[in-house]
Each structure stands twice: as C-alpha cells, then as structure tokens.
Design a protein around this ligand. Structure first.
Ligand SMILES: Cc1ncc(COP(=O)(O)O)c(C=O)c1O
Length: 442
C-alpha cells in the first residue's frame, strides 16, 4: 500500500493545527506535566467513532476514551437520558436521599453480571474506586488481609490500586511507599514464555502460597482476564480454571477486573462469559455509563452484604446523571447487540493484523479477544526484544494521518484497538489502512 484514500478522515491542517497548538501552550502553563496525553489535538466535538478537533480536522478514533465509548461518542440515547436526569436533579448523594436510578442500575447489573448466584451492586465513580472497594469488601467478608495480583496488571492510580498495578514507569516510580499486603503472581503471558500449561501453573500457584503468602491469609485474587494496559494478553482458559479452583479450595475470593473488558468489548457482555467463570466479585467502569464517570462492584450478595452500614459509600458515588446514562448505555448495548458487533469487528481486525505479522518483520504477535485486539512490536522476531521506539513512531504517524491510537504493554511496545463498537465498516477499514500505512513508514 503506498497512498491512503480517506473519506471519513478530513484534515484541514497539519496536526496539531494552530488552535490545538495554542491550547497546548496554555495547557503546559496550567496543567502539571505528569498528566500525559497520547495525541496533542484538542477535541471540539465527537460522534460515533469520529472526533473533530478545534481546527476542524476529523479523525477516526481507535482509542474510544481508552475503552469508555463502546456505545460511541455522544451516543444520542445516552445523551437524552443524562439530559433528562440533569433537568430532574443533579445530585442528592445516595447516602442522604436515595433515588431510583441507582437501585434500577444495581438490579440491572445484578441480572447481567457473570454468575447465577444472587448478587448485589455498589456504585462508585472510577475504575480505581471500584477496585479499592472490591478489596475492602473482600477483606471484610473473609477477615483476611492479603491481596494477590499479577505482573503487567493495571488497576488504577490511587495508593492501593497503584500498588496493585505492575508497571513501574510511569505509574509507580517515585510515588511510594506502597500499600502493604499486596503479592504478585506471574501473568500467563504465552508470547513471553510465562505459561507452561495448567499443571505447571497449579504447581507454581501452590508454591506461591508457600514462598510468598499463606493461602489462608489471602482475601482475594484480582485478575484481568485480558490484560488492558498490560497489552491485551489473553489468559488461557485452563489457567483461569485452575486459578478459580485453587481460590475455591483455599476460601479465597476471586475478583475479576472487567473495567476494560466489560460491556461487549470482547465479543460477549463480559470476558468472564468466554470462560464460563462465576467470580465472587467483578469490577466495572469505563463503558458502563457511555463516557460519564461511574463504576461498580457487583458480586455475591452474601459477600457484598458483609460490610457494616456506612462502611461503603462516597459523596458522588452512583451519581444520578451517571446512573441514567448507564441505564441507557446498557439498553443500547443489548438492543443493538454490540457484543456481536465486537465479534465482527474483532474478526476484521484480526484478519488484517495476521497479515501484518506476515508482512512486517517487526510485528511479533497479533492477539486479543473480540474487538480488543493488539499488535506487539519487536526488534527481532527470534529474540522478541520489545521495540518501544518504533511503536511510538507508528502511533505518531497514524495520528498525523488522522487515526487516534493508544499504546499499551509494560514494555511500551503494544498497539491496541479500543474503537467505539458503533464504528461503521468503512470507518474501520479506513482506520486499518491508516495503521498499515503507519507501519510501512515507521
Ligand atoms: C483493567 C482496569 N482496571 C482499572 C482501571 C482504572 O480505572 P480508572 O482509570 O477509571 O480509575 C483501568 C483503567 O484503565 C483498567 O483498564
């Protein structure tokens, strides 16, 4: 491929354009540098999978607010529901004067979350806050303190969730000391030789409970079934089954972090559904409320009910506007069968990505689940040495041609796709053409 034909992408200026550059200067003076960004264009409006910047450039969005926009930018049904709620009341605090939206959303999530057992739901604001609360609930319910997490995990940026997160730079470096009683297992990362089958995994898990922390002290194991920030590595089914069995045997609660995988992204409503897994708790956020801040812990009613009255909450937790948006977003996902659409998107992307592995000597691996797909870039296919520099160049070139992409991976060498699931076939093909062109030029 030599030139790209674009029809959705419309570039009026070189990127970033003059208005974006001006805002970039104001930002540099007003916002701390620690708040990073992957593309220096400033958004003016967005619809579906298209983003228009302040200079009038239209870009295709393969990042979707890092997986927050499965229902698309400014989804009209979500906007209508949120606007109607804004007119009724903006906030009362659920712990002061409760409202139906919170209860209705809890009922809805209890019905659709993985597992047949009776469930309850607590609502919070961000993914990190959901993880914090899942650990609080698991500790209270078990009377145990230890939390087991994985290499390459990302669970958030608060003190506990930063501790649970694996990648040192930029997420942890200089921010310690960290929270106590957090232990880490290797994630079964097949491409990097970290998985040798279920029997070996079971043996090393048993060894972990002898060398790192006693199983009877562990409140919960927290796992992403597909690593998000860690680079879209899919946990093998037998590994997950072994882990779930050992958790059950040792009275350890299994918490599945579905913040990035949830709400159709993987081709099922939840990644757990691929595994036939019934976790004790799941954490949800991102696409839950179609772009508004909201998160949830949903799980076994007996576990969720453990904490004392007043032990869970937060001023904005379960804000009514976000609840209204979430009810509309979940309706939209179900009505429009977005999980099936994610499967179809995933098939199209996978076909192109397999071609990239064959064509480019530096594309080492293509993987994923549903529409959650990734390329891992290496310096050499034999040594698999990560190539972060080339990955950054690909993302840069793609954005200069009008495609917004985000990277991932502990080594910074993964390109991931998190496009809104309402993306049209033409937009998807055009975005993939731009990505291929960027790979050629980088
Ligand atoms: C799997 C996972 N868990 C937790 C979080 C943290 O969510 P938030 O940024 O809303 O706190 C993220 C964010 O990317 C995530 O991908």
């Amino acid at each position: 491929m030599s030139a790209i034909r674009t029809s959705s992408i419309r570039l009026k200026t070189a990127l970033p354009g003059p208005r974006s550059r001006e805002l970039g200067e104001r930002r540099a003076a007003a916002v701390p540098r620690g708040v990073g960004h992957s593309t220096p264009i400033y958004a003016a409006s967005a619809r579906g999978a298209l983003l228009t910047d302040v200079d009038g450039n239209v870009l295709i969005d393969f990042a979707g607010g890092i997986g927050t926009l499965n229902v698309g930018h400014a989804n009209p049904e979500v906007v209508r529901a949120a606007a109607a709620q804004l007119e009724r009341f903006t906030h009362t605090c659920f712990s002061v004067a409760p409202y139906e939206g919170y209860v209705a959303l809890a009922e809805r999530l209890n019905a659709i979350a993985p597992g047949k057992q009776p469930k309850k739901t607590f609502l919070a604001n961000s993914g990190a806050e959901a993880l914090e609360n899942a650990v609080k609930i698991a500790r209270h319910a078990t009377g145990r303190e230890a939390v087991v997490v994985f290499d390459h995990a990302f669970h958030g940026r608060t003190l506990l969730t930063m501790t649970m997160t694996s990648k040192v730079r930029p997420y942890k470096y200089g921010f310690g000391p960290f929270a106590p009683e957090v232990y880490r297992l290797p994630f079964p990362y097949e491409y990097r030789g970290r998985y040798a089958g279920a029997a070996a995994a079971a043996a090393s898990l048993e060894e972990f409970f002898k060398t790192q922390v006693a199983a009877e002290k562990v409140a919960c194991v927290v796992i992403e079934l597909v690593l998000g920030e860690g680079g879209f590595v899919v946990a093998p089914k037998e590994y997950v089954a072994t882990l779930a069995r050992l958790c059950r045997e040792h009275g350890i609660l299994l918490v599945v972090d579905e913040v990035q995988t949830g709400f159709g992204r993987t081709g099922r409503m939840f990644a757990c559904d691929h595994y036939g897994l019934e976790p004790d708790l799941v954490t949800l956020a991102k696409s839950l409320a179609g772009g508004l801040p909201l998160s949830a812990v949903t799980g076994r009613a007996d576990v969720m009910d453990s904490a004392q009255v007043g032990g869970l909450g937060g001023t904005y937790a379960g804000n009514p506007v976000s609840c209204a948006a979430a009810l509309a977003a979940v309706d939209f996902i179900e009505k429009n069968r977005l999980p099936e659409r994610a499967e179809a998107i995933g098939r199209a992307v996978e076909a192109r990505f397999r071609g990239f592995v064959e064509r480019f000597p530096f594309v080492g691996d293509a993987r994923g689940l549903g529409a959650m797909r990734a390329l891992e870039l290496v310096k050499d296919k034999a040594t698999r040495e990560p190539d972060k520099e080339r990955t950054d160049r690909v993302i840069q070139r793609a954005y200069e041609s009008g495609l917004v992409l985000v990277g991932a991976g502990t080594f910074g060498n993964v390109i991931r796709t998190l496009m809104p699931l309402v993306i049209t076939d033409d937009e998807l093909a055009e975005g993939l053409d731009v990505l291929e062109h960027a790979l050629e030029k980088a």
